[in-house]
Write a protein that binds this ligand. Structure first.
Ligand code: AMP
Ligand code: ZN
Ligand code: FE
Ligand code: FE
Length: 269
């Protein structure tokens, strides 16, 4: 329920991802690219119903200097105001990538902005593309190294994006008829008060409890929150590239069913 393609910073085309999902005999996959749904039609055309393609999105919000990602599921990808907002986010990513490239040059680590765009291949540009350009230029030893030394949030080459609050991300997903789920809460140090005091009142629908970056103790806290507030439990491997352990982390078996029940309930007057 959390997979990326070349439409954002994943390394498999949507059609290739569908083939991989079939090899793993998955019944359904959710494509959740950053700020774009461009990969979904190709995936649906390739899949022809198997696996079922759940139209998803991953939005990057920010709170207190921390990245807070919000997943949307079963969104209406034809919703024009929603798509206009995504287009704005992608524009903003372009400007930010240029500013990161400028900052890298000041740090003595030149990479070509055009090369970054080429690596993004028309998709949603992100720090992983810049990391790959740094790797190609021989400035770092790996993508990970690029993040650890320069690109991490608050790092020497980091440039923030226009602010989107987690509440606004939830509202945007709801505006496109989707279900809003907090992604990898384990990466948000203040996840507990954030969820309880702000995201529940904002209408959060679920928690991504099964995620490689959620430690066991965090999962237990999240389970308690999910029970207390009747939240959906989702999960996924956050697959970006071959070699990532696809399918190693899965949502509970009834997850998609419960998610669709919630969508149907909301659609009722
Ligand atoms: P951006 O969307 O430009 O803010 O980039 C965030 C993306 O970079 C995340 O969704 C991850 O896929 C990736 N990322 C974040 N931190 C790291 C890291 N330490 N190592 C490798 N990839 C990372
Ligand atoms: Zn990503
Ligand atoms: Fe994320
Ligand atoms: Fe992700």
């Amino acid at each position: 329920m959390h997979l990326h393609t070349t439409a954002s910073d994943g390394q498999l085309r949507p059609s290739e991802l569908v083939q991989l999902a079939r090899q793993h005999a998955f019944n359904a996959i959710a494509i959740t690219d950053h700020d774009t749904t461009a990969g979904i039609p190709e995936a649906q055309q390739t899949a022809q119903g198997w696996p079922v393609i759940v139209p998803g999105i991953e939005l990057s919000a920010e709170d207190d200097g921390v990245d807070v990602h919000v997943l949307g599921y079963d969104i209406d990808i034809e919703n024009a105001p929603f798509q206009a907002e995504l287009a704005r986010f992608r524009e903003d990513r372009l400007g930010r990538a240029r500013r990161i490239v400028d900052r890298l040059a000041q740090l003595g680590l030149p990479v070509a902005y055009e090369r970054v765009l080429h690596l993004a291949d028309g998709g949603s540009v992100g720090r992983p593309h810049i990391a790959r350009a740094l790797l190609e230029a021989g400035h770092v030893e790996s993508v990970r190294d690029a993040f650890d030394r320069y690109l991490y949030t608050g790092g020497p080459a980091y440039v923030a994006r226009a602010r989107l609050t987690p509440e606004a991300a939830i509202a945007l997903i709801h505006s496109a008829a989707g279900v809003a789920v907090l992604a990898h809460p384990g990466l948000v140090p203040h996840y507990f008060p954030l969820i309880e005091e702000r995201l529940i009142p904002a209408g959060l629908d679920g928690l991504e409890i099964m995620h490689p970056k959620n430690p066991e103790a965090v999962r237990q806290n999240l389970q308690a929150l999910a029970r207390r507030y009747d939240l959906l439990i989702t999960g996924g491997s956050d697959f970006h590239r071959p070699g990532d352990p696809i399918g190693a982390v899965q949502p509970p078996a009834d997850s998609l069913h419960l998610l669709r029940q919630r969508v149907a309930r909301r659609a009722q007057p």
